[in-house]
Design a protein around this ligand. Structure first.
Ligand SMILES: *Cc1c(COP(=O)(O)O)cnc(C)c1O
Length: 384
């Protein structure tokens, strides 16, 4: 063995899409080949078949697939005719797309804080955000709770505030497709649930993709029209202003194969998360699941005392172990979003989390030996 090989441990991938690809083997190739055979690349038969399977998987009546998780959010907001003068409440501790779509349709994102334990939308801050919007002369029309890192938001409490404030709830489940809240899969806990099939999400395709789940027949129909330029009865009958937001048939074919192994992958993710928590609970703040919720563990994210994160990341990196910061800056502090309103009291929890969280490698194919190497390295770096 040469010196280099001995010093540099084998690098570990943060999310191992290649391991899943090996497991799926020929089935995905064959599914793609079938599409290449029939050549219906846009809204082909696999798209409809996938929509039926996604809806059944969540217990929702309709699934409307689309080009990305971002488009899923856009389609739902457009279908609700949310626009200028309207306020949409978003948590500040999330991926940019959650608030971006609100600004894109011409409405005003109003930021709320998140809860310390779950990292998800704080219902009290949601109330204050509605008040802030009204004081500015905006109409609060909707709220976008995010099921961050795979764990459902507090949907019952959010639904009751939404009912009192007359808000439409658009659940951003981009990271949480397959997670459950009080024994129900996300997809029916809000009037509309958006998800993403970006490759690194728990259920990912081989490109961009997304879907909206809903029980509302009319909403589903409007979104089906919106994703094809607002078409009406026929191709050149235009009844509303829409977008080009369809899911490719090839991606639908890929997703049908991946959906078959997804329940097993969720169990593997749960097992891996439990193992991480058992190995790290005495050295870091490990993720806390609300009672009655399951997570699909899009990320396994720990929290450290202030100032310790950079040293941990550097120590792990030197041992071939990647980490990621989701997210280093809360949205209300990002330059293009600084001009938007925020709930009274600001978002201090989002600000603290942005400084203290760090995510470890997480995917369904993380084997016990590799995981032990990661756990040992974290413990060593944190001086235990
Ligand atoms: C990934 C993600 C999105 C956007 O999904 P894309 O498919 O990448 O457009 C939206 N919201 C959250 C919380 C996400 O993590």
């Amino acid at each position: 063995m040469n010196q280099r090989a001995r010093l540099d441990p084998v690098p570990i991938p943060f999310i191992d899409v290649a391991a899943q690809r090996r497991r799926l083997g020929r089935s995905v190739d064959e599914a793609i080949a079938r599409v290449l055979g029939h050549c219906q690349f846009i809204l082909g038969p696999e798209v409809r078949a996938l929509e039926a399977e996604l809806a059944a998987f969540c217990g929702a009546r309709h699934a409307v697939t689309c080009a990305s998780g971002t488009d899923a959010l856009v389609l739902a907001l457009m279908a609700q005719e949310i626009g200028p003068g309207d306020a949409v409440i978003c948590p500040s501790f999330t991926f940019t797309a959650t608030a971006e779509v609100v600004a894109l349709v011409g409405a005003t994102p109003v930021f709320a804080d998140v809860e310390e334990a779950s990292f998800n939308l704080d219902p009290e801050s949601l109330q204050r955000a509605c008040a802030a919007a009204r004081e500015l002369g905006l109409r609060p029309r909707a709220v976008i709770p995010v099921d961050l890192f795979g764990q459902p938001a507090d949907h019952d409490r959010i639904a009751s505030i939404a009912a009192a404030q007359e808000l439409f709830v658009l659940d951003d489940a981009a990271q949480a497709f397959g997670a459950t809240y009080k024994n129900r899969r996300l997809g029916t806990l809000a009037p509309a649930t958006a998800t993403s099939f970006f490759p690194a999400k728990p259920l990912g395709c081989y490109g961009d993709g997304g879907a909206v789940l809903t029980d509302d027949e009319e909403l589903a129909q409007v979104m089906r029209s919106l994703r094809v330029h607002g078409e009406g009865r026929g191709k050149y009958d235009c009844v509303r202003i829409g977008i080009n937001g369809r899911l490719d048939t090839i991606q639908a074919a890929v997703l049908m194969e991946k959906l078959k192994i997804f329940p097993e992958e969720i169990l593997a993710r749960e097992r891996i998360a439990r193992r991480y928590s058992a190995g790290l609970v005495d050295v870091a703040t490990v993720p806390r699941l609300a009672q009655g919720s399951t997570s699909v563990w899009a990320q396994y994210t720990i929290r450290l005392a202030p100032g310790r994160r950079d040293a941990l990341a550097a120590a792990l990196k030197s041992q071939g172990i990647p980490t990621a910061i989701h997210y280093p800056t809360p949205l209300h502090r990002q330059q293009p979003y600084q001009r938007f309103p925020i709930a009274a009291g600001g978002a201090p929890v989002s600000e603290r989390l942005a400084e203290e969280v760090i995510s470890l490698p997480m995917h369904a194919y993380l084997d016990a030996m590799t995981q032990d190497r990661i756990i040992a390295a974290v413990r060593r770096a944190l001086g235990r």
